[in-house]
Design a binder for this molecule. Sequence first.
Ligand code: ADP
Ligand code: MG
Length: 452
Amino acid sequence: MDQYELWQVVLSDIEPQISKANFVTWFKSTYISSKKEGVVSIAVPNAFSKEWLENKYNKYILKSLRETSGDIRGVKYIIENKKPAPVASQQTTTQNQQSVSDAQLYFEELEIDKETNLNPKYTFDNFVVGPSNELAHAAALSVSKKPGVLYNPLFIYGGVGLGKTHLLHAIGSVLAKSGKTVSYMTSERFTSEFISSIHNKDIESFKHKNRNKDVLIVDDIQFIAGKDQTQEQFFHTFNDLHERNKQVILSSDRTPRSIPTLEERLRSRFEGGMLVDIGYPNYETRVAILKAKLKNKNTLITDPVLEYIANNIQKNVRELEGALNLVIASSKLNNNEISLEQAKRVLSHITNKPTKPINYKKILKIVADFYEISEKDLLSNNRKREFVLPRQIAMFLMRSELSSSYPSIGEKFGGKDHTTVMYACDKVEKELDKDNNLEQEINLIKQQVYMD
Ligand code: ADP
Ligand code: MG
């Protein structure tokens, strides 16, 4: 594992343990600068971050580094800024340094269970159910009552920040309480543990550890795609558990069919269970979620402020929560109930995010990345199946999102005739009616196109 990978694993470890706002604020511009004689130097952008990481998060970082790498003696924090952070986020930090540092006060020392890796913060009780997630919620609840029998595996998919991880932990916690042995991990963690077991020539204990559970939960399984040996290992783990009616629970940002380079045999295993999606919460659900999050915060935030947040943040529950936390921090700071006007000011960097105009280059890049093909192939005349559909989707999106004319789209694709483009757009539209999977894929692509 190189430094970059090591840090990615550590970050994916820490992220679920702290709030999104904290995570973004303190970890966004960090990286491992060097690792010498067991001492890891972590680069941070400024003195303020250095102080916070040293005082608040050192324990987490050290623990995770040690679990991941083994030969770690210590951690140093150094101020270094090779990779300038995106302008927007720097502004956010300076503008909100006061309020965000106040937000730290709410940092809860969460007891992540060492055996199971489950986070007790996520329960069924505090999961708000609405039309966008009721099916996923119902399936999760059934599995927590009757593991290994009904839906195996349970596969929950949907976009970022919509509650997949929350449900996974909720199921795990119920089952752990009922005496089952449970293990939760991200697929990155599965991968890195597998890799270190190869290094340490200890694959047997890796196998034993995972197969010796009643319930195995693997979050964000899409990241296993393309890693052949890990997929193979996971396949055997899966079969072993499945044969013995042990419950497997998985999440992903898309359906098994839409994960490129996922081995066919894994795909068919995943599809052999229960597939449920989580969508965007509607307005009522968003308000209910805000109210639920407010419950144990011991602050009063008025309904108009909550409604303002719910109206302005629509596509990601994590961001919804982040906005609420900012407002709470600001009201604590002022020792006062926050007015709607104040709330608008505090949230202006989120709500007035300059919506960067999207352009066709961005669409091409995101479509190519999504389907894991090169932009060159996307733009070529190559009629291979794996290129044709992405190409048609890119054309479709340029038409629907940019209102580009058919001839100008054709031009971007190496001078194709406008009728070819028309045919492509037409075809995608027709397919969309028939194919839920395609709809999901296009939604995910759009989500990325509109993300900054
Ligand atoms: P995902 O894994 O889908 O990216 P998470 O499960 O991490 O999303 O959810 C992001 C945040 O939003 C978490 O803090 C989670 O508790 C919260 N959240 C998402 N959906 C709900 C919900 N329906 N009710 C309460 N909180 C939710
Ligand atoms: Mg998640």
